[in-house]
Design a protein around this ligand. Sequence first.
Ligand code: PXL
Length: 278
Amino acid sequence: MRKIKRILSIQDISCLGKCSQTIALPVLSVLGAETVMLPTALLSTHTMFKNFTFKDLSDQIEPIINHWKSENVEFDAIYTGYIGSIAQIEQVKKIFRDFKRDNNLIFIDPVMADNGKLYPAFDMNYAKANAEFCAEADIIVPNITEACFMTGVEYKEKYDVSYIKMLLDELNKLGAKINILTGVSLEDGKTGIMGYDNNTGEYYLYQNNRINAVYHGTGDLFSSVCVGEILRGHSWQDAARIAADYTAKTIEVTLESPDKPWYGVNFEETLPELFKFI
Ligand code: PXL
């Protein structure tokens, strides 16, 4: 019998608007991982809605962690997404010190920006703290905007492969072992990922068809599938390729939906098909 892998997912719960924990939990369960949730904040919706409520849960982190430590819990992976503040980044670094082992994986999605702009809650100080945070990871998965904010490289909407390689080299200097840039479009009508593995010195490019639609939470979907597939034993390259294909398919399916919910993608429709993506 296969041992069930256990993953700690550290990010907010946004009650309405599919993202962060409400994507991580179902995706990781389908991929056969036990998901332990550490909610960093409770929001009525994600921050792309107006008038969302926000309850910071920082004061819950230490007691929760202390309880787990007394239960001698171990994790095969720790996956972080949206973290609401610099103070919370510091708390999560401490969690890494408590739970990092030689053979477990730290996977950081440094969620803070897209399309050249920081999300409403964040500023340049946060970007700097996020860059230092990324040094602690085995794998990071920023989009191009986040990579630019963390490295100081100028953000470009039009670019070529040499710009992306340069950005990956700058990201690599932050200190993570594997850097995967998402939302990389090197040809018209295509999009995907490009990664750099500091262990081997190799780049990996994967492009699939670009669907012209922007939905919230697609980065969280990509990350959850990617880390889940790695826990299932795939290489990071295969995991990123599967995650890219699955995310693209889910966006396509969402576009066909009659109600076109603009606040998230219909991953509920595609999850039963996830294992067809190999
Ligand atoms: O999808 C990333 C994300 C997660 N959580 C919250 C967000 C966002 C993006 O804006 O607002 C609360």
